[in-house]
Write a protein that binds this ligand. Structure first.
Ligand code: PMV
Length: 363
């Protein structure tokens, strides 16, 4: 598929109004996307676990209008929200060429998250993918009748991911599948810089229902937005090596996912998290996004692993919170350990238990 394939050629302009609703999950990258080219094209491929319970639920109501320009209102958790408007305006401008009906309607966007507001969990992946899916459902309603065949479903998901990517890069990995790859990589057939694809390789039973407990170390606003973060990779002294490393790590992870080698999995995942943070520490300007408690938690996880032979490991996004990853069969022991030893390092003792999910759902 190319960009041209996602341009809607014709639609039925007689439909006056309607409403669609989607729940879309967050995701956590195992191989990290950090650095992009123009038009939200990633510098390197990434792969993520889709989460199950951390979701954004969005309803979009559309009503035909006459005047020119984009028109929309956003309600976040029941209240009108002006702060999100510029991001949606930019998003609409970017995707208008692919969705020529956007100026024909007024949109009421009502959105809420299943995870607490200001938990420090990025809601851009779940939020942007939910809006992209709603827009795809509207496109489907306005389209000349399409059969609900497999081909159309593939197109629907690919275009939803393509649009979500234009809202927020990692959002393109929140549409469909337990593991999603985004970015061209030799070892993944069908991988694309334009949209995320469901990982179709073999996945060993060790990774089924893999657990992710998110330790909320810092619930504040991110110190560095991901937009600024990606820009820091321009001219970064280690950029070229980093992008090559991500490609290698993805190829290695493909084999590890098939073999179920948890020790090898831990090495890649933790190294990816620390490399992401190392990139930020070695950029100009430089940032330290971990907090003292992030390091305390990492050391406790390492000590626990040493002592118990557990396969627990951590990953980080571009902030201080820690995602604790572990196999389902260790759930009771690890949750006990988190409660006894890690919760103290979380803000107000707060953490969120989640696990691998399957992707977004229409409601
Ligand atoms: O989707 P963005 O532009 O917010 O970038 C997210 C980047 C990381 O979360 C740090 C890594 C990733 O691959 O999700």
């Amino acid at each position: 598929m190319t960009e041209q394939d996602f341009i809607l050629k014709s639609y039925n302009s007689n439909i006056d109004k309607g409403s669609v609703k989607w729940a879309s999950p967050s995701n956590i990258a195992l191989v990290k996307y950090w650095g992009k080219k123009a038009h939200q094209i990633p510098e390197n491929p990434s792969i993520s676990f889709t989460l199950s319970d951390c979701k954004t639920i969005t309803e979009m109501t559309y009503i035909k209008k006459d005047n020119q320009g984009f028109s929309f209102d956003i309600y976040f958790e029941g209240e009108k929200n002006e702060a999100f408007k510029p991001k949606i305006q930019t998003f609409f401008e970017r995707i208008e060429i692919y969705m020529p009906f956007l100026k024909d309607y007024h949109f009421k966007i009502e959105t809420s998250n299943t995870f607490p507001h200001s938990s420090g969990i990025a809601s851009s992946a779940s939020g942007m993918s939910a809006i992209a899916l709603c827009l795809m459902s509207i496109e489907k309603e306005l389209s000349v009748p399409e059969s609900d065949n497999v081909e159309f479903q593939d197109y629907f998901n690919q275009k939803a991911s393509f649009l979500a990517r234009l809202g927020s890069g990692s959002a393109c990995r929140s549409i469909e599948g337990e593991l999603v790859v985004w970015g061209k990589n030799e070892s993944i057939v069908g991988s694309s810089d334009l949209y995320g694809v469901k990982f179709e390789g073999d996945v060993h039973a060790n990774f089924k229902n893999y657990q992710d407990t998110i330790l909320l170390v810092d619930k504040g606003e991110k110190q560095v937005s991901s937009t600024v973060g990606h820009q820091l990779m321009y001219g970064h002294p280690f950029a070229t090596k980093r992008f090559a490393q991500a490609n290698d790590n993805l190829a290695k992870l493909k084999t590890i996912l098939a073999s179920g080698d948890l020790n090898a999995f831990i090495k890649i995942v933790e190294s990816e998290a620390l490399t992401l943070h190392a990139m930020m520490m070695t950029s100009m300007p430089y940032f330290i996004l971990m907090k003292p408690n992030t390091l305390e938690i990492i050391n406790k996880i390492w000590a626990f692993r040493e002592k118990t032979d557990s396969k627990i490991c951590f990953t980080l996004d571009a902030g201080a919170n820690v995602h604790v990853l572990y196999p389902e069969k260790e759930k009771d022991d690890v949750l006990q350990f988190i409660k006894n030893e890690l919760a103290n390092y979380c803000q107000n003792g707060h953490y969120i238990c989640d696990q691998i999910g399957h992707g977004a759902n229409q409601i």
